[in-house]
Ligand binder design. Structure first.
Ligand SMILES: NC(=O)c1ccc[n+]([C@@H]2O[C@H](COP(=O)([O-])OP(=O)(O)OC[C@H]3O[C@@H](n4cnc5c(N)ncnc54)[C@H](OP(=O)(O)O)[C@@H]3O)[C@@H](O)[C@H]2O)c1
Length: 330
């Protein structure tokens, strides 16, 4: 059936400014790292994208290697885009990235101009897009001069393949260097995409301040620590969870240790006292920083997206709640 987006799609979510730019991002964005690959049921992927947009989630985040297999999340998105979202292209912020291994040989990963330009062209083809809104250097490359990587991003914008550029998982020092080089090139760095959640607070001591000073926005990934910051692992590892699905391949489930579950149980009690789920509190917690442009979530079910958006009903924390959380996760 032809998709008709909800008329009320701009009434449930708030939009936040991305650094010192003109771009507003939804407080919650949806990433397609998992559950949108070639191995996943297309109808579930489609249902999640439709529901997200109906709730005002205008930003979908991809990368060349998302799947599995690598590239297939962009293909899935391209199929759904062509059928459902094409008339709404100007209402969408679509991002992609390059940095991790994508094809064999010396030109299939890291940060050379050769790899980045080839990769964006492949991504655009897979998604059936003329341009992406944001294109990222997915990770810093210790062997390629930063100037080359960033000049490639500048070229990608000037050649019409992307509107804005971003960096992901760059250290505070690399971020300052990248900001200076990009400013000089005339293509300011729009946004940084770091991992951030209650169990991984590396951005707090320095990166957030660096981003504020440089006028760069922040969109943090894995705010739920891939689902661990929810009530799903409190009893056992459910068969339909990411931990169960990935365990054989990556020993991922090893991260759900009894000690971690004990911490999650305590956090869950605080969330309940606030009248929200732990997943919702985890999202509210990352959004408490004024410079946080968006919380970049993943989802395997439509209901998880609805639950995330409802987190926006209660974003504030009092000092006692924050101190309790600090004591648990310290
Ligand atoms: N730049 C980078 O290097 C980088 C790296 C990683 C991710 N990312 C981006 O960040 C996005 C989000 O990452 P993420 O998927 O790790 O984020 P996340 O939001 O921390 O975890 C999402 C997973 O948590 C579970 N979940 C979500 N809502 C839930 C709820 N209400 N109750 C219980 N479980 C829930 C689901 O897994 P189940 O399958 O268990 O249901 C879901 O797939 C990615 O899609 C990608 O766009 C970027």
């Amino acid at each position: 059936m032809t998709y008709q987006p909800s008329d009320t799609r701009y009434s449930s979510i708030s939009y936040r400014r991305t650094g010192r730019s003109g771009l507003l991002l939804p407080a919650i964005s949806l990433g397609l790292w998992y559950n949108f690959g070639g191995i996943d049921p297309l109808e579930n992927s489609r249902a999640m994208l439709r529901r997200a947009f109906d709730l005002g989630i205008t930003h979908f985040d991809l990368a060349n290697n998302y799947g599995p297999p690598p590239g297939s999340a962009e293909e899935t998105f391209g199929r759904i885009f062509a059928q459902d979202f094409k008339p709404y292209r100007d209402e969408l912020i679509i991002s992609s990235k390059a940095g991790y291994l994508m094809w064999p040989g010396p030109y299939g990963e890291w940060g050379s101009r050769k790899y980045l330009v080839a990769s964006i062209d492949q991504s655009l083809k897979r998604m059936g897009l003329d341009y992406v809104d944001i294109f990222y250097s997915h990770r810093p490359d210790p062997h390629t001069p930063l100037e080359e990587t960033l000049a490639a991003l500048d070229f990608i914008v000037r050649s019409g393949r992307a509107l804005y550029v971003g960096i992901s998982t760059y250290s505070p020092q690399q971020t300052r260097q990248a900001a200076a080089i990009l400013r000089q090139l005339g293509t300011p760095c729009l946004i940084h995409q770091p991992r951030y959640n209650m169990f991984d607070r590396w951005i707090e001591p320095e990166l957030l301040q660096t981003l504020a000073e440089e006028g760069i926005g922040c969109i943090c990934f894995s705010p739920l620590d891939q689902g661990i910051l929810s009530d799903k692992y409190l009893q056992e590892v459910p068969a339909d969870s990411r931990a169960a699905k990935l365990d054989n391949r990556f020993h991922w489930g090893d991260r759900v240790t009894p000690e971690r579950v004990a911490q999650v149980r305590q956090l869950n009690a605080i969330a309940q006292a606030r009248g929200q789920s732990l997943a919702q509190m985890a999202i509210a917690w990352v959004l408490r920083h004024p410079g946080m442009s968006s919380a970049l979530i993943g989802a395997s079910k439509v209901g998880q997206i609805e639950e995330a958006v409802a987190a926006l009903d209660h974003l504030s924390f009092d000092e006692a709640e924050l101190a309790q959380i600090d004591a648990i996760v310290a």
